[in-house]
Ligand binder design. Sequence first.
Ligand SMILES: Cc1ncc(COP(=O)(O)O)c(C=O)c1O
Length: 392
Amino acid sequence: METLLEWRKEFPILDRTVYMISHSLGAMPRGASRRLQEYADIWATRGIRAWEEGWWNMPVEVGGLVGKIIGAGPGEVVMHQNVSICQSIIASCFDWSGKRNKVVSESLNFPTNLYIYHALERLGARLVTVPSEDGISVPVEKMLAAIDEETQLVSISHVIFLSSFIQDVKAIVDRAHEVGAMVVADIYQSAGTVPLNVRELGVDFATGGSVKWLCGGPGAGYLYVRRDLWPQLEPMLTGWMADREPFAFEADAIRYADDAYRFLNGSPNIPGMYAARTGYEIISEIGVENIRKKSMAQTSLLIDVAEEAGFRVNAPRDPQKRGGTVAIDVPNGYEVTKELLRRDFLVDFRPRAGIRVAPHFYSKDEELDLTVREIRKILAAGAQNQPGRASA
Ligand SMILES: Cc1ncc(COP(=O)(O)O)c(C=O)c1O
C-alpha cells in the first residue's frame, strides 16, 4: 500500500492540500496538463486534418481505456459529456407509450438520473422509486419486488453517492432479465475505486464520468451498451455521428451505424477526452483491486477515528458493502465544510449525509486523522459541539 504513495508526486495539489474529495473531483494528474497542451498544439498545427488523424475516433478510442477499467469488450464504450446525456440517450431508445412503461429506481439514486425519468413521464413513463429506510442502504428485496412485467428499465446506482452503499447489481439484473426488463447502472461512484465488470454483472447499459475516482476531470462521461443489444436500439437522442455514412450528408432519416457510433450524436468534447486519458492510464496501471484494498482499510480507519471523536457516520459498517466515501455527520456541517475548505482540507457537504470524506490511492493514513482533528477544532472554536443530524 505504501508504494501507492509514490504516485503522489504526479498530483501537484496533494502538496498543498489535504485532498479528501475524490468522490467529487479526483486530483488532477500532471499528465493532464501535457495532454491539454498536446490538444492545443495539434489544433494549432494540424488544423482540420486533426479530425481524421484521431479526433473523429476519440469517443471510441478513449472509451476503450474506460472499457478496460470496467470490464467492457473492445469498442463497447463511447464517450459523451456526462451521465445526464448518457441516461437520456438510453431513455430515448424505448417506447414509453405502451403497457411496459415502468422505470424502477431507488430514491437515493443520483438526482440527475431521477430527473430524466421524471421528465419522461410526459411521454407515458411511470417512475417508481424504492425508498431507503435508514438513508444509507437500499433494501434489495424491495428493489426486486418493484421489478415486474410492466418494467421497461431499471435505473440504479452501483454505489450510492450519499452513503457509499454498494447495491447488489447482479441480483437486480437477474430479476430484471427474468421479467424482460433492461438495467442501466450508474457506475460513477464505483469505477476507479470498487472493482466491477459490466459483462459479469450482466448490465445492459452502464454510464459514469471521469470527474471523480478516475481523476479525468469534467466533460468526459462514458456509455457502455451491451453489444448484442445494438441492433435493436435506435436512440431518438441522436445526430450525424451516429449515421452509417456521416459524410454522405443525406437529408433523409438516419441509418444507424452498426457499431457503437450509433450511440453518438454531435461533435464530441475533444479537449475533455484529452484531459481525461492520463487519469484512466494511472488507474489501469495501479489496478482497481489494489485501490480497493487500500480504500477499504482507510475508510474503516476513518470511521473509527470519526466515531472516537463522537461523530455520527452515515456509511455502511461492513466494508464489503461500502464504497470509497465516508459521510461524517456533525452539527452545522455546511459551515464546517466551508471552513475546512478555507483551511485547505478539501471535502464537501451533502444534506441528509454530512461532510463527505474520501481517501484515494494517493492519500496518507495520517491525513484521515488530520481531517477529523480539524473538524473537531472548528467545532470547538465556534459551533455547538453536539453530534447529531446535519441541519440542511
Ligand atoms: C452517481 C452519480 N451520477 C451522476 C453524477 C453526475 O452526473 P453528470 O455527469 O450528468 O453531471 C454524479 C455526481 O456528480 C454521481 O455521483
